[in-house]
Design a protein around this ligand. Structure first.
Ligand code: GLP
Length: 264
């Protein structure tokens, strides 16, 4: 696990560099590039940067396949906060990603367990995710794997915690009742199968979750801690999100001393 502490705009560029390298190379393991997309506000700066590179540098996403992490259950197909619509708006419509190549769990499916199984199969069929962008909730959730999630979990139906619904109410005009209670989410084991995980966190509200993620014991109580068991994780945090890290000084030194050819 590599921790990079830097201003938010630099973190967004670093994450965009990882995506650009993947997209230009075509894939990390043959076939075509498969990108894992996250929602929430933190990755938006990465999508802004990718959109800029598409326009200014000709970065093309043609042929890239993308998989989203999660989706609310029951939000109408045209609801602006349906994650599928958020990703369309924030990234897909701004680059040349083919919407038909962007997949998400179907929160409107009549048979939700079948939709979850189909989603797992689709990820496998695509050859797995090369680079997965991740955010983190204040309670340490990744995607919508709330505390108590099995570390071996697969895509499934979950209930959101009250805290997550309060956090996300800002996207629903502050109306807690408008935030769905249920979601479909890739499981922790699903996420762990991606070949490179790039997690971004900014702001003091994420400091405890980041401390647990990097330095806490691996535990379902802080689901993101399972990432400690992944061989290739980049944790990109600003000063505020890093303020509780016990070894922050060492992470800064190690990154400053890193050979430039190594990348993330
Ligand atoms: C939601 C998403 C997560 C995201 C989290 C934090 O719960 N399902 O994928 O990481 O919010 O979002 P933000 O980046 O807005 O703090």
């Amino acid at each position: 696990m590599e921790v990079v502490i830097a201003p938010a705009d630099r973190l967004a560029r670093l994450a965009a560099d990882v995506v650009e390298r993947l997209v230009r190379a075509g894939a990390t393991e043959g076939g075509h590039a498969v990108l894992g997309l996250a929602t929430g506000s933190t990755p938006l700066a990465v999508y802004d940067e990718l959109a800029r590179r598409h326009v200014e540098d000709g970065l093309s996403f043609a042929g890239v396949e993308a998989f989203m992490l999660d989706e609310y259950v029951g939000l109408a197909a045209d609801h602006p906060e349906r994650y599928r619509n958020v990703i369309e708006r924030e990234l897909v419509a701004r680059v040349d990603l083919d919407p038909a190549d962007v997949h998400g769990p179907d929160g409107l499916a009549p048979d939700l367990p079948a939709a979850c199984a189909a989603y797992e199969a689709a990820i496998l069929e695509a050859g797995g995710v090369d680079v997965q962008i991740l955010g983190i909730g204040t309670d340490g959730h990744v995607a919508f794997n709330e505390p108590g999630s099995s570390l071996a979990s697969r895509t499934r139906l979950k209930t959101l915690t009250h805290g997550t619904r309060v956090d996300n109410a800002r996207f629903f005009g502050g109306d807690l009742d408008a935030v769905p209670l249920h979601c479909l989410t890739q499981g922790l084991a699903t996420i762990m199968q991606a070949r490179h995980l790039v997690l971004l966190a900014t702001g003091r509200g994420k400091a405890e979750a980041v401390h647990q993620l990097v330095e806490g014991p691996v535990s379902a109580l802080w689901p993101a801690t399972v990432l400690q068991l992944h061989p290739h994780v980049s944790v990109l945090v600003d000063d505020d999100a890093a303020c509780r890290l016990q070894l922050a000084g060492f992470y800064r030194e190690a990154y400053a001393a890193k050979p430039t050819w190594q990348g993330l």
